[in-house]
Design a binder for this molecule. Structure first.
Ligand code: OGA
Ligand code: NI
Length: 332
């Protein structure tokens, strides 16, 4: 099956873009972005020895923004640099070589190289190709979807996954303490050490009309939370008070998005953030989100300890796979 990759379209379209990428006026970035204001989302120093202070900062950011940036996170700059290098190198391979990792048509798994074809609500396409790889736990890893080229792809991503576990565990602990739970209770309710780390690489080629097209359309992540690193091309936007703003990047910081599962588990105390991405006229934008997900068969609902007469559950409990299926099909 021949799928048209955005990267190929970008190579052919130097002045205009196909009509299916042109957003309606209520979505076009040129018409809907608040210019001249870059959102300074909360910056959290994960090495703060005062845990109470750290918890307070994370609670504040997760309840008011659903988004924050983490510095002094312990992932070596060199590990992040290599992660970006090997991911970019994969997308720069000849097209046939990338297609060897294409998500098999009709497959149940999300893994592999791909381009979203399923039309969104308004029937528009997104200016982005992607690669999905589960990188943790080892029992979930399918190396058939991991590029053999560049040769250091595997080692580099395994190294990143190892460091990411430390960051994720610390974030789960703080988020849990912030709700008055024991440090390990939130993670336990989301699957504990069986949680899946799903890496996505978003590859946004240069776009002749960045005023009209979007990278990923507005959404909240379905994950518990997402930890993202971008390359140095601006493009991530967050919605605040119904307006879209560029998010300021701090070099080597990790950008954390609270996802739907933590919003649900916290019974709405923490908010998943509505975000989208724009594209650039001259430069390729790339981003590396890791989605921290409950095992697909696990049921997630508001934590029993957070529910009482005064605080009834605001969300239904659902198996994670069901949650994703119903959100993707946009049925309740
Ligand atoms: C996503 C996403 C943001 C980005 O893939 O879910 O929100 O900066 N990506 O690419
Ligand atoms: Ni997202």
């Amino acid at each position: 099956m021949e799928v048209e990759r955005v990267q190929d379209i970008a190579n052919l379209s130097k002045e205009t873009i196909p009509e299916e990428f042109i957003r309606s006026s209520n979505e076009q970035p040129a018409l809907t972005t608040v210019l001249g204001t870059v959102l300074e989302v909360p910056v959290i120093d994960l090495s703060d020895p005062d845990e109470e202070n750290l918890v307070k900062a994370i609670v504040e950011a997760s309840s008011n923004w659903g988004m924050f940036q983490v510095v002094n996170h312990g992932i070596p700059d060199e590990t992040i640099r290599k992660l970006k290098e090997v991911g970019q190198a994969f997308f720069e391979l000849p097209q046939e070589e990338k297609e060897a990792y294409a998500k098999p048509p009709g497959s149940q798994t999300i893994e592999g190289y791909g381009t979203k074809l399923k039309k969104e609500e308004e029937g528009k396409r997104s200016w982005v190709d992607h690669l999905f790889n589960k990188i943790w736990p080892p029992s979930e890893v399918n190396y058939q979807f991991w590029p053999k080229n560049p040769p250091s792809y595997r080692e580099t991503n395994e190294e990143y996954a190892k460091h990411m576990r430390g960051v994720a565990n610390k974030l789960f602990r703080c988020l849990s303490l912030g709700l008055g739970l024991e440090g390990d209770e939130m993670k336990a309710a989301l699957g504990g050490d069986d949680m899946v780390y799903l890496l996505k690489i978003n590859y946004y080629p240069p776009c002749p009309r960045p005023d009209l097209a979007l990278g990923v359309p507005p959404h909240t992540d379905m994950s518990a939370f997402t930890v993202l690193v971008p390359n140095d091309v601006q493009g991530l936007q967050a919605c605040r008070d119904e307006h879209w703003y560029d998010v300021e990047y701090i070099p080597n910081a990790l950008i954390v998005h609270i996802g739907d599962q933590i919003e649900i588990l916290s019974n709405g105390m923490y908010k998943s953030v509505l975000h989208r991405t724009t594209v650039n006229k001259e430069r390729t934008r790339i981003s590396w989100p890791v989605f921290l997900e409950p095992p697909s068969k696990l049921k997630v609902g508001p934590h029993p300890k957070l529910i009482n007469e005064a605080n009834p559950p605001k969300f239904e409990s659902k198996m994670y796979s069901e949650y994703c299926a119903s959100k993707l099909n946009m049925t309740p």
